[in-house]
Write a protein that binds this ligand. Structure first.
Ligand code: BGP
Length: 460
């Protein structure tokens, strides 16, 4: 076989609670920012589709886990909904949520599918958002308490825990380039949110270690590797700045135990430093994870700014660089992003060389396509483009492993077409197609292909 993967490689898929559970107001669940925003800022969601009726995993988890088994997945990531478990974020525990997550975890284990459980996937409880969300330092402790409650209830049956999915995004999308509630535009506030997320991660890791749970704890990072337009000093500097603000700013405190000195110096110079209290840096320095997940979707092509950027809302990192679309590159036009599989190799080498060859896995990678029904033949989506996408990315991953990368698995985004943060159901990512009207699931051609990959632990 041309591409054979290591023994016990994790073959799986990823999803999140808000995007798949549905039943958002049911069985005692509290409101989170997506429930709130998709009703009160409905125009920001494609077709006005709310988070209410996502793909009904809450009601159909048993059948869906059977579907996961049917295609041979050996691991499955989802998240716990903070506001389902603790409706106001910091008070009483909802017993129906405990029952639900117990049932999901037990069902996965019974089917021989390893549950990978993430604690925070963009879904701040609304009651805590009203107190400022992660801008408020008290919410850091509320998160640590929530994490501990999860470990206490489910820790005996979950071996792989993750504190956050894409920890930069709630800061960047919520407080700088507004795509997530509370739709704020302020670098300084974004920086404060990010610092508190880093602390929340550290405290959640500490709580897990205190409980002496068998298994591993990690985090899931969104990596957008940066490629300069040319090797002129200006373009190289622009690329360094993009990397500093949007990758190293979060990867280095989490993976190397400190913020980059260059970042702190720039934030001081522009008077944008968040409040960092005594003891914070020590906590960050003393926190280590066991396992890293990396979500990869696209590269970031960067060049030096050709014109001065207007900053009506104050400082933005883009004053130092400009992103551009490189002519002639392959694009996923449904999402407007470049398809660049070779980046997966580059990412693997960064983990190996810069982050101490930490064990890691691809925790999300996939292709979102609109109007997939046009590819339906006899009830099955013929998504050859997805098969090609996966083949190419996996072949670079295979090469990286051959070159010493400590990569343990590959999780595709996503299992069943799911709701998304702004595009709702426009772009479909799943191995299973979801018919929104009937909620019926049907396996796409790529799902069958992936099944064969898992059976053979590789492909030709
Ligand atoms: C990742 C998120 C996922 C998922 C995916 C696809 O960044 O972790 O939750 O949504 O992106 O992106 P989108 O749904 O916006 O196309």
């Amino acid at each position: 076989m041309k591409y054979r993967f290591p023994e016990n490689f994790w073959w799986g898929t990823a999803t999140s609670a808000t995007q798949s559970e549905g039943h958002q107001a049911g069985d005692g669940k509290g409101e989170n920012i997506w429930d709130y925003a998709s009703h009160h800022f409905n125009e920001r969601f494609l077709g006005g589709v709310t988070a209410d009726d996502t793909s009904t995993f809450y009601q159909n988890y048993r059948e869906d886990i059977q579907r996961a088994k049917d295609i041979g997945l050996n691991s499955f990531r989802t998240s716990i909904s903070w506001s389902r478990l603790i409706p106001d974020g910091d008070g009483e525990i909802n017993p129906q949520a405990v029952d639900f997550y117990n049932a999901v975890i037990d069902e996965l284990n019974a089917q021989g599918i390893e549950p990978f459980i993430n604690l925070y996937h963009f879904d701040m409880p609304m009651a805590l958002q009203e107190k400022g969300g992660f801008e408020n330092r008290e919410v850091v402790d509320a998160f640590a308490r929530y994490a501990r409650i999860c470990y206490e209830h489910f820790g005996d049956r979950v071996r792989y825990w993750f504190t956050f999915n894409e920890p930069l995004i709630p800061a960047e999308a919520g407080y700088l380039h507004p795509r997530h509630y509370p739709y704020v535009t302020s670098f300084r506030r974004a920086a404060q949110v990010l610092h508190h997320i880093v602390l929340a991660h550290c405290k959640a890791v500490a709580a897990w270690r205190e409980l002496n749970i068998a298994g591993q704890i990690g985090i899931i990072m969104d990596v957008i590797p940066v490629y300069p337009r040319s090797d002129t000093p200006e373009d190289l500097h622009a690329a360094e700045m993009a990397d500093l603000f949007y990758t190293r700013s979060i990867n280095e405190p989490i993976l190397l135990g400190r913020y980059p000195d260059e970042l702190i110096a720039i934030l001081k110079e522009y008077d944008q430093l968040p409040v960092i209290q005594p003891g914070d840096c020590e906590l960050i320095a003393n926190t280590r994870i066991d396992l890293l997940g990396i979500n990869y979707y696209r590269p970031r092509r960067v060049k030096a700014r050709e014109t001065l950027l207007e900053e009506p809302h104050g400082f933005v990192p883009e004053r130092f660089f400009e992103e551009y679309i490189m002519p002639g590159r392959r694009m996923n036009t449904s999402r407007g992003i470049e398809i660049y599989p070779a980046a997966l190799y580059d990412i693997a080498m960064v983990v190996k060389d810069r982050y101490g060859n930490l064990p890691w896995f691809v925790s999300e990678n996939g292709i979102g396509i609109s109007d997939e029904e046009q590819f339906m033949v006899n009830g099955q989506v013929q998504d050859d483009y997805r098969i090609e996408f996966l083949q190419e990315h996996l072949s670079y991953l295979h090469q990286a492993i051959a070159d010493g990368s400590n990569c343990l698995g590959y999780h595709m985004w996503t299992f069943i077409d799911c709701w998304s943060w702004q595009n709702a159901y426009k772009n479909r990512y799943g191995f299973y197609r979801l018919d929104l009207e009937t909620q019926q699931r049907s396996l796409k051609k790529s799902g069958l292909w992936f099944k064969a990959v898992i059976e053979n632990n590789g492909f030709e």
